[in-house]
Design a protein around this ligand. Structure first.
Ligand code: AP5
Ligand code: MG
Length: 224
């Protein structure tokens, strides 16, 4: 039987760098990167019903209903037996109910670590204000580190734009919901003893280095 990769949840405020670091961690450990936000944006771009429904919540900064998110995650974790092989979950779970249901979905393949990427609010506000994303593949940029050529994506060549939900009003609502709905998720993982904190306020390469050090020191691939 091939050795598995880590099963990780990346938690953190909006703009903490979950997407940035989850992409790198998934490449590093050769596991799937599952971002519920990216999956919904992709479904909306392709005109799928799921995406259109989700977008009406996302643009207002509200959470997509638990049932919808849970159905999507269960389906995605079943693809290629990801629940066993390993994954990085980004933006999920973000309610206590989602965390409880994830434990059921992963029956027999428990999480290795839930990582809280800790970043002060004033830094996340700066990061979100300058964030730009590829309209096709979702690659991340910032006005301080733009793509090489005239706001076209370095990865796929599509247009790089501002996210529809990165308006001041929506960002404030998302941060408010983080306090109400997602802080209890951090408590949940603290009690389950799978929680670690990593300082996400540093430069991106430094954050990645400490994430890899943390995961490598705690992850035991011999566990089922
Ligand atoms: P989602 O797409 O997950 O958005 P979010 O939670 O608001 O988080 P962000 O994507 O804004 O931040 P991030 O931490 O990924 O930061 P990033 O790496 O981009 O969700 C969107 C919406 O979908 C939700 O509001 C909700 O409606 C719905 N949804 C999704 N999941 C759901 C769920 N489970 N339940 C219910 N609803 C759900 O970085 C930000 C910027 O900073 C970038 O420009 C980046 O280049 C830059 N940056 C990153 N790291 C650094 C660094 N170390 N130094 C300097 N700049 C950095
Ligand atoms: Mg993200």
């Amino acid at each position: 039987m091939s050795r598995r990769g880590p099963r990780l949840v990346l938690l953190g405020k909006q703009g903490a760098g979950k997407g940035t670091q989850a992409t790198r961690l998934a490449e590093h450990y050769e596991v799937a990167h599952l971002s519920t936000g990216d999956l919904f944006r992709d479904a909306a771009n392709r005109g799928h019903e799921l995406g259109i429904e989700a977008k009406s919540f996302m643009d207002r900064g509200e959470l997509v209903p638990d049932e919808t998110v849970l159905g999507l995650v269960e389906e995605q974790l079943a693809v290629g037996d990801r629940a066993r092989h390993g994954f990085v979950l980004d933006g999920f779970p973000r309610t206590r109910r989602q965390a409880e249901e994830l434990r059921q979905i992963l029956d027999g393949h428990p999480l290795d670590l839930a990582i809280d990427l800790d970043v002060p609010t004033e830094i996340v506000l700066h990061r979100i204000a300058g964030r730009r994303v590829c309209s096709q593949c979702g690659a991340l940029y910032h006005v301080d580190h733009p793509p090489k050529q005239n706001w076209t994506c370095d990865v796929c060549g599509a247009k790089v734009v501002q996210r529809d939900d990165d308006t001041e009003e929506s960002v404030m609502r998302r941060l408010e919901l983080y306090e109400i709905e997602t802080l209890p998720v951090i408590q949940f993982y603290r009690r389950a003893a799978t929680l670690v904190h990593v300082d996400g306020g540093l430069e991106s390469d430094e954050v990645f280095k400490s994430l890899v050090e943390t995961v490598t020191s705690k992850f035991d691939p011999a566990k089922p």
